[in-house]
Design a protein around this ligand. Structure first.
Ligand SMILES: [Zn+2]
Length: 330
């Protein structure tokens, strides 16, 4: 898969540093969720592992390229979420554990099996729990030639400062809107939906692309319509909550849409344009903040297999009780 311009540009910078012998042994790849950090890290790994000509893209024909494409290169390691043992339906852990770091770094301590470089990708690095981060720190403090650590994170501020300070930081920033739109059109999306998706995704082309492919825009519209109906007292909060929870795969995305829309409404209360049809911007900032806390708590809890209907119903009903501007106040 070819990289988008906003991935290609940082990749070129990293490769230039590598060719000049200035590449650090630990890189922290930062950027919003879905911007393509993993794709960038894998493209970098592909170039560093390739045993063909050193210039240009990886050759795709050498043994190293073939192993990598088959997902079995012995010197490319990925540390990410593991499945919770015996979970049914299968569920991933929400943090990276110290044993995972120990196994991965012990493997990386050994000589590269193909005699070239070794890479360990940690994604998302901010999910390392404190013991795991501590174990990783030891590896960071003992760099060894040809061994690279690639830490990927959308929330680098959650990483311990001791880890951040030992990494070279590479930022993947959102592209300018015209560039993002151009890329979406190149992915085969029509201009109208692409523009709408990009606006809904706050300028994030990766998200907009995913939503366009997976019906995210329609889900967003339906979500905001349900929410407005609860806010207007036309539908019961519990009924809407149950309907949303009946499709567990989409609940997290629905709550993201609610959070984004609530934020837009809060901005409109502060003088920005009104953005969500059927919903009014609340005026009591303290209560709005409390409501947001409730929403974010619920978003974090979704990973656990609990019944969330009541909490979600309470959240949806809660918006209705946030003070709205009165007619006389206008
Ligand atoms: Zn190759």
């Amino acid at each position: 898969m070819s990289l988008a311009p906003w991935q290609q540009e940082p990749l070129e910078r990293v490769l230039a540093a590598w060719r000049a012998g200035r590449l650090g042994h630990a890189l922290l790849l930062c950027g919003p969720e879905g911007i393509g950090k993993r794709a960038l890290a894998l493209a970098l790994a592909a170039r560093l592992l390739c045993e063909g000509p050193a210039e240009g893209p990886p050759c795709g024909r050498c043994r190293a390229c073939q192993l990598r494409q088959a997902g079995s290169h012995p010197d490319l390691h990925l540390l990410s979420f593991e499945e919770v043992p015996n979970s049914s339906p299968p569920r991933l852990r929400s943090e990276l554990l110290v044993d995972q770091v120990r196994v991965a770094t012990a493997t990386a301590q050994m000589t590269a099996q193909r005699g070239g470089v070794q890479l360990l990708l940690i994604d998302p690095a901010d999910a390392l729990n404190p013991a795991a981060a501590n174990a990783l720190l030891k590896t960071l403090e003992e760099p060894s030639p040809g061994r690279y650590l690639l830490l990927l994170s959308a929330r680098p501020q959650r990483l311990p400062a001791t880890i951040r300070s030992r990494c070279q930081r590479i930022e993947l920033a959102l592209p300018a809107p015209p560039q993002a739109l151009e890329w979406l059109l190149a992915q085969g999306h029509a201009a109208g939906p692409a523009t709408a998706a990009l606006a809904a995704a706050d300028g994030h082309p990766g998200l907009a692309d995913a939503w366009l492919r997976e019906g995210g825009l329609a889900l967003r519209e339906a979500t905001l319509r349900d929410w407005a109906a609860v806010a207007a007292g036309q539908r019961a909060a519990l009924g809407v909550a149950q309907a949303w929870m009946a499709e567990p795969a989409t609940v997290a995305l629905r709550l993201r849409f609610v959070a984004d829309a609530a934020l837009a409404l809060a901005r409109s209360a502060a003088g920005g344009p009104a953005t969500v049809p059927g919903l009014t911007a609340p005026t009591d900032l303290a209560k709005l903040v409390a409501w947001f806390d409730q929403l974010n708590r619920l978003r974090r809890q979704l990973a656990a297999p609990l019944k969330h209907e009541l909490a979600l119903a309470g959240l949806l009903a809660g918006w209705r009780h946030l003070p709205a501007p009165t007619e006389t106040a206008r």
